[in-house]
Structures are given as C-alpha cells and as structure tokens.
Design a protein around this ligand. Structure first.
Ligand code: NI
Length: 136
C-alpha cells in the first residue's frame, strides 16, 4: 500500500534532486526516492555480509600463458557461488566473461579480487545487486 508523506528540503538540494531525476529519466520524485532507498538497502545488504547477487565482468587476453586455465580453475573453486558464466570472444586477443554470482559478500568479493589479481586480466569489475528478498 502506498503511503504519502511530505518532505522538506532546501532549494539547492531540491534543485540537485530534480537534476538527478531528469538525468536518470525518472517520471516523478516519488519513483526516484524509492529507487534511492532501494539502492541504500542493497548497500546495507553488502555491508552486512548477507546473501547477495552480483555480476562480475572480466576482460582478459587469452594469449596470456595458462590464463584461461587459471580462470576456469578459480571459478570451479567457487562453483557454489557461480550461477552462470558467459564467454564472448571480443577480438583476436580479448575475451569478455560475464559471471553471475550469488553468495556472501565476502565470497563474491573474494572471487572478484582473485580474478583481478591474475596476470593478463585487464579488468575485473563487480556490479552489486540483491536477491530481492529485502527489497520492496
Ligand atoms: Ni575468448
């Protein structure tokens, strides 16, 4: 059920908020505020080492000696956390892997950091999301 409440804020802060709404294509202030609160809820889940979901994007040079093997071995070590992996051969040298993960924050961050530390990995980034259980 939707409840209404009144928000008071300074002119400048409201102008910033309206810029944010325009930049992010929100239809109204209510939807923008709801999304900001959901975003904060996700941050709290990650801080509390709860069960989270995320996507790791990995770019690496498959010509690097034994790298493909190391990437696969690492992922097998996290088979309980990895839901799916998609591999894209981007060009002659570079591969992109998108890894969908679910687990404790520490496990997901651990996998991302371990992949990132491999020689030949050009970029490993983690997009943090939620299982949705605590999102309304
Ligand atoms: Ni490839």
């Amino acid at each position: 059920m939707l409840k209404r409440f009144t928000v008071s804020m300074e002119d400048n802060l409201l102008a910033d908020f309206d810029d944010f709404i325009r930049d992010h294509h929100y239809k109204n202030r209510s939807e923008a505020l709801r999304d900001l609160i959901r975003g904060r809820t996700i941050e709290k889940e990650w801080e509390a080492d709860k069960d989270v979901m995320g996507v790791i994007s990995l770019v690496y040079d498959h010509h690097q000696h034994k790298l493909q093997e190391k990437v696969t071995k690492l992922q097998h070590g996290f088979h309980n956390q990895i839901i799916s992996t998609t591999h894209v051969h981007m060009d002659h040298h570079n591969c992109l892997e998108v890894i969908i993960v679910r687990g404790k924050t520490g496990e997901v961050r651990g996998l991302t950091d371990s992949l990132s530390a491999l020689r030949g990995v050009r970029n490993a980034s983690l997009s943090m999301s939620s299982t949705g259980k605590d999102l309304h």
